[in-house]
Ligand binder design. Structure first.
Ligand code: B1M
Length: 210
């Protein structure tokens, strides 16, 4: 019989093949897709986030768990659409103009995906106008900006200014090694997160589900 706790555990341990097998088995046994997603996959990734925040897990463990989550989601995605299960929110993520660092940004994107968000990854070296375009195209409620260089942090302020000038309604959250809460306050960003797990908490807050 399908065991959603064991599925969550296989995500936490990053056992991709086991996770995919268990998702398929649960589907064969007609377990509701929403339960497979929430009680299996998302429950697992939530625990990964908790362990990462508590420094019980490091980047490699999170990446392996996210890979198991991604493969499982590939099986589940078409059925979620069919069942009319909506993501908890839509988020555009990207690394700002002039900045090519994407490891942290990818981690943030994976954790958000793991938490049930529809993530639109705008990539690296993203112009402010491109962020605005991606938000308008997807109807995202949140736009998450990453910067790893002190020289590219000001590009975050450019995005905030552009969104204000163009009336783009998405909330802006920022992060990356040199970024701080006080910088977020200074440029008028709606939120700051120091790491990928906190980015999920902040995103939930910004879409009003936390
Ligand atoms: Co670069 N680099 N780098 N680099 N690089 C740093 C950032 C640096 C601190 C190294 C150093 O000098 N000690 C330094 C920046 C100094 C500064 O400005 N403060 C630096 C420099 C100077 C440069 C170049 C200018 C070097 C040169 O060419 N002279 C150049 C710039 C290129 C460019 O971007 N235009 C450059 C290039 C590169 C590589 C291409 C070689 C490579 C990037 C590969 C890639 O990303 N695909 C690289 C790397 C790997 C690093 C270090 C070593 C590691 C960064 C990383 O991936 N960390 C870095 C030194 C270091 O940090 N030890 C360094 C792991 C990652 C998981 O953490 O990205 O911090 P991080 O993400 C965290 C949080 O910050 C947060 O969550 C993540 C997970 O918890 N977070 C967010 C990140 N984004 C978020 C967004 C959110 C919320 C949270 O949204 C709301």
């Amino acid at each position: 019989m399908a065991d959603l706790k064991a599925l969550a555990e296989s995500i936490i341990k990053g056992k991709r093949d086991d996770a995919v097998k268990m998702v398929k088995q649960a589907l064969e046994e007609k377990v509701p897709v929403g339960d497979i997603l929430n009680k299996g996959l998302i429950a697992g990734m939530n625990e990964v986030g908790r362990r990462f925040k508590a420094q019980e897990f490091y980047v490699p463990e999170v990446l392996i768990a996210a890979r198991a989550m991604k493969s499982s989601m590939e099986v589940l995605q078409p059925l979620l659409v069919k069942a009319g299960i909506k993501p908890v929110g839509t988020i555009v993520v990207g690394t700002v103009k002039g900045d090519l660092h994407d490891i942290g940004k990818n981690l943030v994107a994976m954790m958000l995906q793991g938490a049930g968000f529809d993530v639109k990854d705008a990539g690296i070296d993203v112009e402010p106008a491109k962020f605005a375009e991606e938000v308008k195209k997807s109807g995202a409620q949140v736009c998450a900006l990453s910067a790893l260089l002190t020289t590219t942090m000001p590009r975050m302020a450019d995005v905030v200014k552009l969104f204000k000038a163009e009336g783009v309604s998405a909330k802006i959250m920022i992060g990356g090694a040199p970024v701080t809460q006080s910088y977020a306050d200074e440029i008028g960003a709606d939120g700051y997160a120091p790491d990928a797990a906190s980015a999920v908490d902040k995103a939930r807050q910004l879409v009003g589900i936390a």
